[in-house]
Design a protein around this ligand. Structure first.
Ligand code: ATP
Ligand code: MG
Length: 428
């Protein structure tokens, strides 16, 4: 019978890959906790309406990428394509927003029906960071500093560029929108199909197009920066001043608009030229209007999300991923029924006495020779050998697997955990 395969673009993350994921997730958690951020968890499935109303009907995500289905009650549900909408829903529903400051993060899989390729999957993973209740540019700056620190600590700063823009508040955008539509209307015959459609529905998204001809037309288009009102401009100047003071370089990119409708004022992306076409590893911005748009009280908010797969790829490409650690420190070799049983209890005694020691036992029999092969492969520094002879004397042999000069020692079973702790694993 044919084997059932995983869904295209939805990858398994294999045991050889999880150490890198755990390392990356560990560093992210560490940095987030040093900035005082708390974790929030919310469901993977939400009412479709939540994403339509937040991300926007006329966006790539909602138009073409969502995994939407009817459940058995006939309700339209969607696998979350991103986390911000769900985070806002969860916070508002649980009363975390009114008159409060929140600094939150989450992690987990997101789902988008895109064309799978390097750095672009249908199930991918993000760590998202969202903050609520703060209007000033200082929190925008904090988020950027936090991400910059993470890149520094991961050793990938040199490969990343911060692209920054302000898309202004709603009034500024409305004024600009009109100017952009007026300009682009003169080129209707030359616009790509998507952009032509968006001219009537969501013209700002045209700035984000990848169509070469439309890109060329855009070179002469009015620039959003010229349409920012005083309030928007002051916010952006304030953010830039903070980044300058902190010594964070950035590149102003007036065409950066982001693919989600809820953004206003600050938008930013961390990009790299090391991953080919999928070069954005982290992206975010301010979304002061979203909470209200979803039925809550007006609440200022700003956040970002980073793509874990792309960060893993970048760590590997730059060869800054840590070496995969050995599976075990101690491997217990045992031959014979009695020795197997003794190995099991001895392993438990070592784990109790030396809580950070990683102890593997041989399971499933085999000769001394084949077990030593497994011991070697495990990466363990030490083998403990239990045969019927040793057992009869209440002893085990302790042997270094990495130091061929060292002699094998016979040690009484009851003293083994202590002996190992003293002689081999002072780090424990
Ligand atoms: P892109 O421009 O690459 O399509 P996006 O603007 O759609 O990204 P966001 O929705 O802002 O991306 O998501 C934040 C981050 O999540 C991205 O910068 C990227 O690192 C990651 N990401 C987004 N979509 C995918 C995907 N299909 N596969 C893998 N990672 C993704
Ligand atoms: Mg996208």
């Amino acid at each position: 019978m044919a084997r059932i395969q995983s869904i295209r673009g939805m990858n398994d993350i294999l045991p050889t890959e999880t150490p890198l994921w755990q390392y990356l997730e560990g560093r992210i958690r560490d940095v987030l906790s040093r900035y005082g951020y708390s974790e929030i968890r919310f469901p993977i499935v939400e009412h479709t309406e939540l994403f339509k109303r937040s991300i926007g009907e006329v966006t790539d995500i909602v138009e073409k990428e969502m995994y939407t289905f009817e459940d058995r009650n006939g309700d339209s549900l969607t696998l979350r394509p991103e986390g911000t909408a769900s985070c806002v829903r969860a916070c508002d529903q649980n009363g975390l927003l009114h008159n409060q400051i929140q600094r939150l993060w989450y992690t987990g899989p997101m789902f988008r029906h895109e064309r799978p390729q390097k750095g672009r999957l249908r199930q991918f993973h993000q760590v998202g960071v969202e903050t609520f209740g703060m209007t000033g540019p200082d929190i925008d700056a904090e988020l950027i500093l936090l991400s910059a620190r993470l890149w520094r600590e991961l050793g990938i700063s040199d490969a990343l560029t911060l692209e920054l823009n302000s898309i202004g508040n709603a009034e500024s955008r409305a004024n600009y929108r009109q100017a952009l539509v007026d300009y682009l209307s003169g080129f209707k015959a030359d616009l790509d199909e998507d952009s032509l459609r968006r001219l009537g529905s969501n013209p700002l998204r045209i700035l984000d197009t990848k169509d070469p001809k439309t890109r060329e037309i855009l070179l002469g288009a009015p620039v959003l920066a010229d349409y920012l009102d005083e309030v928007s401009r002051a916010h952006f100047v304030g953010l830039c001043a903070r980044l300058d003071a902190a010594g964070i370089p950035y590149k102003l990119n007036p065409q950066l608009v982001r693919g989600l409708d809820y953004y206003g004022l600050t938008v930013f992306e961390w990009t790299t030229d090391k991953l080919g076409a999928q070069g954005t590893v982290c992206a975010g911005g301010r979304y002061d209007g979203l909470v209200e748009q979803l039925g809550g009280k007006p609440t200022p908010a700003v956040g970002f999300a980073m793509g874990i797969e792309r960060l893993c790829l970048l760590l590997e490409t730059l060869a800054v991923a840590p070496a995969i650690p050995a599976l075990a420190d101690v491997f217990i070799v045992s031959v014979g029924d009695g020795a197997e049983i003794a190995a099991l209890t001895l392993a438990e005694a070592i784990r109790t006495a030396l809580p950070t020691a990683r102890v593997l036992i041989n399971c499933g029999g085999g000769s001394f020779k084949s077990q030593f092969k497994k011991a070697d492969k495990s990466g363990a520094a030490l083998a403990i050998v239990l045969g019927e002879d040793e057992l009869a004397q209440g002893h085990a042999a302790v042997k270094s697997l990495r130091d061929s000069q060292s002699e094998q020692q016979l040690v009484a079973l009851a003293e083994l955990p202590d002996y190992i702790g003293k002689h081999f694993f002072t780090k424990f």
